[in-house]
Design a protein around this ligand. Structure first.
Ligand code: SF4
Length: 444
């Protein structure tokens, strides 16, 4: 039987999908090249915000149409949405043959077998207390780059966030297992390792009594073949001196940090339960920029949180203007059922939220463009991921994280190999992307 996969949401979910793909393949099933060729489809859903839930439900309904046409036999949903809504999903979506929650991910082959026998499976149970989302993977990322999920769940309690209730408390994967996998990935030709978690900075706290992210980074740094190590999702309060020393040292960790700040008004930060004030952020960013040369900073902010008055929004706007983040994602607040923020007074109306989103987006466009222009006429090491046309390739510099930032379009008369690095002269800027030409192109 051919099994197709759809992975929605974040890179952590993508890692889970890659594990399920390997389990399914090792159990004797084939991985379908496209959904049209699949006898069964697994949709690994995201469900932590309303828009992600809508996307997941739409995808289930759309894929379900293949069943009506007789092309598809079975449809199974896994991941955050199933963990959050359980059996209710089967009641409301008749096209589904089974659902599996977070703890059942590594039993996907058993769930498929039960569905094949005609059972409508509900495999959602309590959240795991240890890190269970592990095993061999079939990589689905572009050549040369892979994610490494170092922990799951979160012990913070940001008042707008459903992740702790969906994913559970923070639980880390043991150091030796991560090193083993990182070495294996390097042997498979991976050059860039992107470390992901809900809260990367506290890696190991549950297993070792303190964060051992610096230890992990130092060990991964020694692995032959890896050239870039990238850190995503660092909560500002979990960037301590020991970690900063490692980040600032001579090693393969790229000077690129993703630090979601969410807001810059003390009132809103407190309502969000972000555990710090704005001056802490100001000092942190100044310290990082002082210690780490050519540092590229990415952040995420949220507009329209309950109680966000014009003055709070202005503080956020001014802070972004002052800090000049290289990359920034902005979202409108959405009240999520069961979160403290959903019950807060002074919910902001949608029109104001969208207006604020537009203002921040416009500001950031200018900042990102200015930052990209400052890279012009310099050389950068670019990891090539695909070819988009004759003499045209797509890649990323260290200043561009996969999936969330811009890309670098590389013109080259020579044939470039996907998954390899090339020196590229940066010659142009297009929106969030850079345009470059292969440096030292051999003469014709
Ligand atoms: S740190 Fe991130 S995942 Fe954890 S509660 Fe806050 S927003 Fe949610």
């Amino acid at each position: 039987m051919n099994i197709g996969f759809v992975s929605l949401g974040c890179p952590k979910n993508r890692v889970d999908t890659e594990i399920m793909m390997a389990i399914v393949k090792n159990s004797g099933y084939k991985i379908a090249n496209s959904l049209a060729d699949a006898d069964a489809v697994i949709i690994n859903t995201c469900g932590f915000i309303n828009s992600a839930q809508e996307e997941a439900i739409d995808t289930i309904i759309e894929t379900g149409k293949f069943k009506e046409q007789g092309k598809l036999k079975y449809l199974i949903a896994t991941g955050c949405l199933t963990q959050r809504f359980g059996g209710q999903l089967l009641d409301e979506l008749p096209e589904l043959d089974g659902i599996a929650g977070i703890a059942s991910l590594t039993r996907i082959h058993e769930i498929i077998a039960r569905v094949e026998k005609g059972e409508r499976v509900i495999a959602t149970g309590p959240l795991p207390e240890t890190f269970v989302e592990k095993g061999p993977r079939i990589l689905s990322t572009p050549p040369g780059s892979a994610y490494l999920k170092i922990s799951e769940g979160c012990n913070n309690r940001c008042t707008y966030c459903t992740i702790p209730s969906i994913k559970g408390n923070h639980r880390s994967r043991p150091l030796e297992e991560l090193l083993h996998e990182a070495k294996d990935l390097a042997k498979r030709g991976i050059k860039e390792l992107v470390l992901v978690a809900q809260d990367t900075g506290v890696y190991g706290l549950d297993l070792y009594g303190k964060s051992v992210l610096p230890v992990l980074l130092n060990d991964i740094n020694k692995i032959e073949g890896l050239e870039w190590i990238r850190l995503m999702y660092l909560h500002p309060v979990h960037l301590d001196t020991e970690l900063l020393d490692v980040l600032a040292g001579e090693n393969k960790i790229v000077p690129y940090l993703d630090i979601p700040i969410q807001h810059a008004s003390n009132k809103i930060l407190k309502l969000m339960n972000r555990q710090h004030e704005v001056n802490y952020l100001r000092d942190l960013i100044a310290g990082l920029r002082h210690r780490i040369g050519n540092l590229v900073l990415r952040t995420t902010v949220m507009v329209g949180f309950p109680g966000e008055a014009a003055i709070d929004f202005k503080q956020l706007y001014d802070f972004i203007e002052e800090m000049e983040f290289d990359c920034l994602g902005v979202f409108t607040y959405a009240a999520e059922e069961g979160t403290p923020a959903a019950a807060m007074a002074d919910q902001v109306n949608e029109e104001i939220k969208l207006h604020r989103l537009h203002e921040i987006s416009t500001l950031q466009q200018k900042i990102s463009r200015r930052k990209n222009i400052s890279r012009l006429n310099k050389q950068a090491k670019i990891l090539i991921s695909s070819q988009s046309g004759r003499n045209l390739y797509i890649g990323r510099g260290y200043f561009q994280a996969p999936e969330v930032d811009g890309l670098t379009v590389v013109k080259s008369k020579s044939r470039l190999t996907k998954g390899e690095f090339y020196d590229v002269q940066l010659v142009g800027v297009r929106n969030y992307d850079m345009i470059g030409e292969l440096a030292d192109e051999p003469a014709e």
